[in-house]
Every structure is written in C-alpha cells, then in structure tokens.
Design a protein around this ligand. Structure first.
Ligand code: AMP
Length: 444
C-alpha cells in the first residue's frame, strides 16, 4: 500500500516524499480513508504509531479541497493537545505536511504571553493546535471564534483527563458548532474517555493499533532494586559503569527532577531537566539540546515528556516508577524505535512495589531484577509477577498451640511464592477498546 493509493493529493505526497515516508503505518492506513470520507474516529493509538500524520494528512486535504476561506479570528480545524511540548511537536509535523499547501497553521499554549497569539489569530488560521486552558482564554477574550470550525481533533485524550482538563473540555464542547467532524486519539480507554467519546463523537469508526512497545521486543528491560535514599548514588554509578551517552531519565516529581539535575551538574555531567514549573522556552531549549546531543542526560516528569518524539534513543531510565502504569509503556516507548534496540532500566525501591506489580500486570511480563553489587537494598523489594501479586516476605508461622493439635495444617496460613492469595492490583488493567457501531454515517 502507498500513500497515493489512500487517495492523498499530490502536494501531500510530495511533502511525504521529502520526509522519507514510504509506506503508511497501520493507523494511517485505517485513519486516512475514514477521515477523508468524513467519518468521526475513535482511535486507540499512541505516540510512535504515526498517528499525527494519520489525522493531519486527511485533515489538510479536506481543508484544501473543501470549505470557505478562513475568516478573521477564526480557525477551521482545531487540534487539542495536553501539553505545550506536544502542541509544538504536533504543530511542527502539521506544518511539514502542509509545506506545499495554501494553508495557515499555528500553535497556542499557556506559559507564554497571550498578546502575540491574539495578534496572530486576527487574520484567522486554518489549523490551530492548542492546549485547552489557553484556547478557552483566547475564546473568552474574543480573540477566537469557533463557528467556522469543521474538524476537532482530541490528541492524547486520556492524558488530557489525567491532567484534570475535563472541565475545560466540557467548556470547549459548549463552544463548538454542532455540525463538525471529530477525531479522538487516546492510548487507553477508561470509562471517562468513553463518556467523552459518547458526547463528542457521532457514529465513530473505531480503530485500534497495538501500542508499539507493549510487547517491547526491541526494548531490553530490567529493574535494579535499591533503597530509596541511594538512588542518586546508584544512578551515577550505573551511568559511569555503562558509559551512558544519551539518556532520558524519568523522575516522579518536579523536585526530584531538580535534585537529580543539580547532583549531575555538580559532578560536571551535561544534564538538564524539564518539568511543568519551568518556563516554556527553557523546556523547549533543553529538549532541542537533548535531541542534538548537546545535553547528555535529560531528566523529565511524565507530564513534560509525554508524547515527545525523540529518535534513536538508546536508553531510558526510570529513576522513579510512574504512578500510572500506562506511563511506563509511554516512557520505554522512547527507545527501541524504528527497529533499533533500546534499554529501559528502572531503579525500584521497596515503596514502589505496588507500582512495579501494576506495570508487570499491564505489560504481562515479570521484569528481570538485577542486583547491583554494593547497592543491595536494606529494605527488600517484595517479589512480584505479571499476575499482579505482591509476595510479602514469609512471616514466621505461629507456633501451633499445644492443645489445638492443628499440627502442620496451621502452617498453611503463611505465604510463599507458590501459594498466594491474589492481591488487589493498585491499577486496573487496561480494557479493550469497546466496539462501536461502524455502520453508515447518519446525516448531521
Ligand atoms: P507519531 O506517532 O505521530 O508521533 O509519529 C512518530 C514518528 O514516526 C515521527 O517521527 C514521524 O515523523 C514518523 N512517521 C510517521 N509516519 C511515518 C511513515 N509512514 N513512515 C515513516 N515515518 C513515519
């Protein structure tokens, strides 16, 4: 299959040729014809699957071939993204795909001055990429009208809800014209996402593309058990031992990012950090310098790093495990791309055992543990496996009462790895995407 057989117009094919895209990815093969046919879409696909081109190419084509010229302070298509970095990244891709088309594109997000954005919107833009909060601000200040909107894309919808944007999304929903095409992309489908989809989508086509790294054949993953307080020391030790060159490191909190970056910089290591407290320009600069290998170690929170496309990353380190198990897949998905092999190392302390268990259950694997000599933890990390069980260290059995005569049978109460009651998983397993009615589209 080629992009031409999917029905894309020549200026788009030319742009794809320049970018070196030869064959459509599975999500593109399914999404492009459906979007061109005007369908709403509910797609289970995450970064790395080529989903951006999956929605952007047909969207650009429809905007080029159909509809009136964009009016002042208006947008014809809106792509909503959870974070500023993602908005920038999606916009950069859209602009590349649109390079031979007579369309205007622009990205707006918070954390930077609103005035230049208001100025830019005066003439109207064909495709606007936005984060929810800033979009609402612009709308309320009358810098943006949405009555000309043809298409809405919700990118990483699950992450928008995780970040607490549900109220913003409800507000945006009320601002939208009833007649429009809506495309929803999400890595996971919780009840809330389904509710959102039920509200926003009209007879959607459901597409599911297995996340690239769930099987993680190309990513070698392992866990190093360690005491919490010794994690920084272990990180430096492993970095030196493994002569790490380009590493993306995930820490749980903003303070955690800053503390590790300070430590590394104090040792003369070329490290930088990105998290939500840093100004946008600083975040973007750190990321750009990491991509060009001017920064060797980039430490990030999940929010700042979600969805970022960094090519050929050899190593991802989870300095802390993510609170949400799905984020583990997103994190390790930054390595082992495009047929390359990658490594993902997680430093895990006893406090994180439930998170480890949830990750193993989600990815249906028991992660190999490698003890690092000199760093064996004093607080043992209980055994875990892909069933979601956490195996506590066996307690000493109570001595049978002399009169009870229970003998050996009473020992059955204690727990060992072969005989364990299933523990409640801390995180629900990912459900399959519901099958939606894919029948003929009703007239809107
Ligand atoms: P995405 O999942 O949209 O973030 O895309 C992931 C990466 O794959 C980006 O670097 C895209 O430029 C690249 N990409 C998307 N589609 C194709 C394709 N059909 N062929 C080659 N590379 C692609």
């Amino acid at each position: 299959m080629t992009f031409a057989t999917l029905g894309l117009i020549e200026p788009l094919l030319r742009a794809l040729e320049t970018l070196g895209y030869q064959t459509p990815t599975p999500v593109q093969a399914q999404a492009i014809p459906a979007v061109l046919a005007g369908r709403d879409l509910m797609a289970a696909a995450q970064t790395g699957t080529g989903k951006t081109a999956g929605f952007a190419l047909p969207l650009l084509q429809l905007l080029t071939l159909e509809g009136p010229k964009v009016a002042a302070n208006s947008a014809r298509a809106l792509i909503l993204c959870p974070t500023r970095e993602l908005a920038e990244q999606v916009h950069a891709s859209v602009a590349e795909y649109a390079q031979h088309l007579p369309l205007t594109t622009y990205a707006v997000y918070g954390g930077v001055s609103i005035n230049p954005q208001m100025m830019k919107l005066r003439k109207g833009v064909d495709i606007l990429v936005a984060t929810p909060g800033r979009l609402i601000d612009l709308f309320r200040q009358n810098a943006l009208k949405l009555n000309q909107l043809q298409t809405l894309v919700l990118d990483e919808a699950d992450r928008m809800l995780d970040l607490g944007f549900s109220e913003e999304l409800a507000n945006i929903y009320r601002m939208l014209p009833k007649k429009r095409q809506t495309l929803l992309f999400s890595a996971t489908f919780s009840d809330d996402i389904r509710l959102l989809a039920g509200q926003m989508l009209n007879d959607p086509l459901s597409i599911e593309v297995s996340p690239r790294n769930v099987a993680a054949n190309t990513v070698k993953q392992w866990v190093v058990p360690v005491d919490k307080k010794r994690k920084p020391e272990l990180f430096v030790h492993l970095m030196r031992k493994g002569r790490w060159k380009q590493v993306l490191v995930f820490a749980k909190t903003r303070n955690g990012v800053d503390a590790l970056v300070d430590k590394l910089q104090g040792l003369g290591v070329n490290a930088d950090g990105i998290h939500g407290d840093k100004p946008q320009a600083t975040r973007q600069r750190a990321l750009d310098r990491f991509k060009t290998s001017d920064v060797q170690i980039l430490v990030a929170t999940d929010v700042a790093a979600r969805g970022l496309d960094i090519e050929d990353l050899p190593l991802v380190v989870n300095f802390d495990l993510p609170i949400v198990a799905e984020d583990y897949i997103h994190r390790i998905g930054r390595t082992g791309r495009a047929g390359n092999t990658g490594e993902a190392i997680s430093l895990v302390c006893a406090d994180e055992v439930n998170m480890l268990s949830a990750i193993e259950m989600l990815t249906r694997q028991t992660l190999t543990r490698k003890m690092e000599p000199e760093f064996e933890p004093e607080h043992r990390v209980p055994d875990t496996d892909a069933s979601g069980q956490v195996v506590k260290k066996p307690k000493k059995p109570k001595k049978p009462k002399a009169s009870g005569g229970g003998g050996k049978r009473n020992l059955g109460k204690w727990v060992d790895s072969g005989d364990v009651a299933p523990a409640e998983p801390s995180i629900k397993p990912v459900r399959k995407v519901p099958v939606f009615n894919t029948g003929p589209r009703k007239k809107k």
